[in-house]
Design a protein around this ligand. Structure first.
Ligand code: NAP
Length: 179
């Protein structure tokens, strides 16, 4: 069975989106990243939060719109309490984390289920279902927005760093979640 990965581009101060879900901050830091290019082929399914699914996309209206700058295509499982009446092809809307994870894992086979959205990643962690984290840290401070990980009252989660690579505009760091 494949692993569950939370991969995300974030600011140095730990935000994955700016205030109000703004993603325009990301635009100057999009560019060649061989680590991410290789990852795209290793992802078998996406597990996506509703705010990510319907949120800002710095590439909207271009041929790079969508997950991984439009490079990834495949089954997406979106967690939401408000599914649309007619889902697009390849997108399944669910309102239960366990059912969504199970469906995403089945679809992914031995590839990664890649989590998009901090709230969904937090729930995967809490359920003991998150295996790895990839942070792509851009050299910018945002000051406010959506944090990589937020849990009221705090929670310490141990991570084992196992690979770091540098590209022109970011630092990629891979972690295993220690259980
Ligand atoms: N920098 C990056 O690489 C990156 C990557 C991905 C996303 N983002 C950004 O991160 C932000 C989104 O993260 P987020 O943490 O705010 O939200 P999120 O995880 O994308 O979505 C959270 C929403 O999903 C739905 N949901 C979550 N768990 C559910 C469950 N168990 N059952 C039913 N519905 C459930 C709920 O929406 P409803 O109740 O409304 O249906 C919830 O409010 C966006 O601004 C996005 O653009 C950035």
């Amino acid at each position: 069975m494949g692993k569950v990965l939370y991969s995300v581009t974030m600011s140095v101060d730990g935000f994955i989106a700016g205030p109000g879900g703004d993603m325009s901050w990301l635009r100057p830091y999009l560019g060649p990243n061989p680590e991410v290019d290789a990852l795209v082929g290793e992802i078998g399914a996406l597990l996506v939060g509703a705010r990510t699914y319907s949120g800002d996309d710095p590439n909207r209206g271009t041929d790079q719109e969508g997950a991984f700058e439009g490079a990834w295509h495949g089954p997406q499982f979106v967690l939401t309490h408000r599914p649309p009446p007619s889902p697009p092809d390849d997108v399944t809307f669910l309102d239960d984390l366990g059912a969504a994870l199970s469906a995403a894992k089945d679809a992914a086979g031995d590839k990664y289920v890649n989590v998009l959205g901090a709230d969904v990643a937090r729930q995967c962690l809490a359920a003991g279902e998150l295996d790895e984290v990839l942070t792509i840290v851009a050299p910018v401070l945002l000051g406010d927005g959506t944090r990589l990980f937020e849990e009221p009252g705090g929670r310490q989660v141990e991570l084992e760093r196992y690979r770091v690579t540098e590209v022109a505009h970011a630092t990629n760091t891979w972690f295993r979640v220690v259980r």
